[in-house]
Design a protein around this ligand. Structure first.
Ligand code: NAD
Length: 353
């Protein structure tokens, strides 16, 4: 194979292992910071307080107001609080919503972010931010929002319930699948992406069976790291665009939408990206990439049909219209007819043929 690629490697420090939250104070100190603002959702105040206890004198305060999709009002309130407290860094402990709030602060102030992810969404490894104003989510890329340090502590994921953790893991696999057929794919990211699928697919069923299995939790979080690194390094395609459209226009839950659409987007691109499909199937240990992804989601009890997560059947036409409005890269040309059929299959939860 003739190699031909450009690869921008992102900076960042990763600290990984059970109990590594204990290192938070030392990491803040290492950044030369003295007043950390700790961010979390209202549901994760307990974990944020544990982080604050770790920080001791270096904790300036807690902002427990993170919510899904980073509304601008919440971002503004968090920035005001950081300013009021004289914070010189922010610690975001939680899933993509909390890390997204950290990014919103960094975007304006340049404050360094330490991310402590507790789901598998992968935002901690990307320079991508999102902000929602008047119901419209805008995303962008900016080097300032990339966390300086990421602490992956699998013990913090023990409390992640299966109904959130399963779809979150498949959301991570979606980053890997699309990285393998990205327009700007490169051999290093493809290694990470394939191994990310292997680690997640190999551990998620055990995580669901035995949620306190720290080794399985570690494997899943390791896969999430690889998936986040893949998402941060190369461009995504049809699958991510469709999820963004459905999430934004029909207010569908993020990880579940990814979980349902992924087998169908994979089937859509199956013939156009044969090398990627071989790698996905190899990592899943199955014959057919799209069917393997469907079977994995089914095996962990994740939702399989858009009709089960609040998508109205009457919205499928509008979703197909929106999805083809702005042209973008995809291995297989994006047609309205093709997308409409994909959405119909996803709506009913059919196993890809
Ligand atoms: P989330 O952050 O919204 O978390 C979902 C719920 O799970 C929250 O209530 C949270 O408090 C709870 N939770 C998280 N970890 C927990 C744990 N260990 N124990 C108990 N409860 C826990 O969900 P998410 O799927 O991680 O993130 C989704 C958001 O992230 C979306 O807005 C998406 O657009 C964004 N995202 C951004 C990027 C990026 O690169 N910018 C990447 C992926 C996702």
């Amino acid at each position: 194979m003739l190699l031909n690629f450009t690869y921008d490697q992102l900076p960042g420090r990763v600290v990984f292992g059970p109990g590594k939250l204990d290192q938070l104070g030392a990491e803040v100190q290492r950044l030369g910071a003295e007043r950390a603002l700790v961010l979390c959702t209202p549901e994760q105040v307990g974990q944020a307080e544990a982080a604050a206890a770790q920080l001791g004198q270096r904790c300036a305060g807690l902002f427990p107001g993170a919510v899904m999709h980073v509304p601008v009002e919440v971002a503004r309130a968090a920035r005001d609080e950081a300013r009021r407290l004289g914070a010189d860094c922010a610690v975001a402990i939680g899933g993509g919503s909390t890390i997204g709030l950290g990014k919103a602060i960094a975007l304006e102030s340049g404050l360094p972010i330490i991310a402590v992810p507790t789901t598998y969404a992968g935002s901690e490894m990307t320079p991508i931010y999102g902000l929602t104003e008047a119901g419209i989510k805008k995303t962008g890329r900016d080097a300032r929002v990339l966390p300086r340090v990421v602490i992956y502590d699998p013990l913090l994921t023990l409390s992640l319930p299966g109904r959130i953790g399963g779809p979150s893991g498949i959301n991570a696999i979606a980053h890997c699948v699309e990285a393998l057929y990205a327009q700007d794919a490169n051999p290093i990211i493809s290694l990470l992406a394939e191994d990310g699928i292997r680690a997640l697919a190999g551990s998620l069923p055990q995580v669901m069976r035995q949620p306190d299995d720290v080794a399985a939790r570690s494997q899943a979080l390791y896969g999430a790291w690889l998936a986040g690194a893949s998402l941060g390094a190369v461009g995504m395609a049809l699958h991510h665009k469709l999820c963004h459209t459905l999430g934004g226009s029909f207010n569908l839950p993020h990880a579940e939408t990814h979980t349902i659409l992924l087998p169908h987007a994979t089937a859509y691109n199956y013939a156009a990206a044969p090398e990627a499909m071989v790698r996905v199937a190899r990592a899943l240990g199955c014959q057919h990439a799209a069917q393997g992804l469907f079977d994995l989601a089914a095996s962990i009890g994740a939702p399989l049909a858009l009709k089960d997560i609040g998508m109205p059947e009457t919205g499928l036409d509008r979703a197909a219209d929106l999805a083809v409005q702005n042209p973008y890269y995809n291995p297989c040309p994006v047609t309205r007819e093709g997308v409409r059929l994909l959405l119909d299959n996803a709506y009913h939860g059919r196993r890809p043929a």
